[in-house]
Design a protein around this ligand. Structure first.
Ligand code: GLU
Length: 318
């Protein structure tokens, strides 16, 4: 029994500002907020605009005002990835000094043609690992991965195991367009914001071993992870902001919250809440992460999450 108290809970929601908040993001926000508040923890918001080409002007403000309308009030200042380039560069420099990085000349097309498909696209063949091919210029910068399995115990999905070398390959830390990769930025920012509990969508489950690996290489604390099921559209694809699918209606937050709550497998609240603060007063003490289903479910876009239209289907998660 150590004398140190465990660090207080610090969670976060980290939307990419590529469009208005959609139902799938609301589900992730509701789960991470409820889990943080039930633990008496802090809940931070970070706008993940590291990929400035995909950021839609004004989408950040729209997302923040929607969170506000849903009673998802965050602690502290909102962090913007677009203002943190120096921190990502410092982490990259640390990895370079450790001999972990190498320049890569391969184009997307070459990579697709050279490697088998992994959980997130083609597995990088390692073509540039031992030096650039003659006459080729560097485009991106990659991390050299070891042939070891990374194991993570997810609070919802259970044990996750991935061998980066065979399932992902050496992955990109700085992209051909010069932006730092999401995998690097998210790890640097979670550490900088002292996030120790991450609750987010299951589409990021297969990124988690890469993030844990980077945390180890950079000497950072590993947060705990919980990946909530994805809301899928009628064709079985993830509802994503880029598809502009089913933005949630900030004028009717109670309905959206109730749908997200039900989607997360939570028991109905005792009485219909009069407003969002009553919803959260009732919801926070009743949150049970062990009631959250593992598998993604289909949701009809015009009826995001009503009890009748949500049908179970096997998880598409790795
Ligand atoms: N920015 C990512 C998204 O909007 C989430 C990243 C994360 O939660 O780690 O899908």
């Amino acid at each position: 029994m150590g004398s140190r108290h465990p660090a207080a809970y610090r969670g976060r929601f980290a939307p990419s500002p590529s469009g208005p908040l959609h139902f799938g993001s609301l589900v992730a926000a509701v789960a991470s907020f409820a889990d943080a508040r039930q633990h008496g923890g802090e809940w931070l918001v970070r706008i993940e605009d590291v990929d400035q080409q995909r950021a839609v002007p004004g989408a950040d403000r729209q997302i923040l005002s929607t969170l506000d309308a849903f009673g998802l009030h965050w602690d502290g200042a909102v962090l913007y990835q677009s203002q943190r380039t120096e921190c990502y560069e410092a982490a990259l420099a640390q990895l370079r000094r450790a001999g972990r990085c190498y320049p890569c000349a391969c184009t997307r097309r070459e990579i697709a043609a050279s490697g088998p498909a992994g959980p997130e696209g083609p597995i990088y063949s390692g073509r540039c690992r031992n030096g650039l091919p003659a006459g080729r210029d560097p485009r991106s910068e990659r991390l050299r991965v070891d042939p070891i399995a990374i194991e993570v115990e997810d609070r919802i999905q259970g044990p996750v195991r991935q061998c980066l070398a065979t399932e992902v390959g050496d992955f990109v830390l700085r992209r051909a367009d010069g932006f730092h990769a999401y995998q690097l930025a998210v790890v640097v920012d979670d550490a900088a914001q002292q996030i120790n509990q991450i609750v987010r969508g299951a589409d990021l489950l297969s990124s988690t071993p890469r993030q844990v690996y980077l945390q180890r290489l950079l000497g950072l604390e590993q947060p705990r992870y919980a990946h909530v099921p994805l809301a899928l559209d009628a064709t079985g694809r993830k509802l994503s902001k880029t598809l502009a699918s089913a933005p949630v209606d900030p004028r009717d937050p109670i309905a959206g919250l109730a749908r997200a709550w039900r989607f997360l497998g939570q028991a109905p609240l005792p009485e219909p809440p009069a407003d969002v603060s009553v919803f959260w007063q009732q919801a926070i003490p009743r949150w049970r992460i062990d009631a959250v289903p593992r598998a993604g479910r289909r949701i009809d876009a015009d009826d995001t999450g009503s009890g009748d239209s949500a049908r179970s289907q096997p998880s598409s998660n790795p």
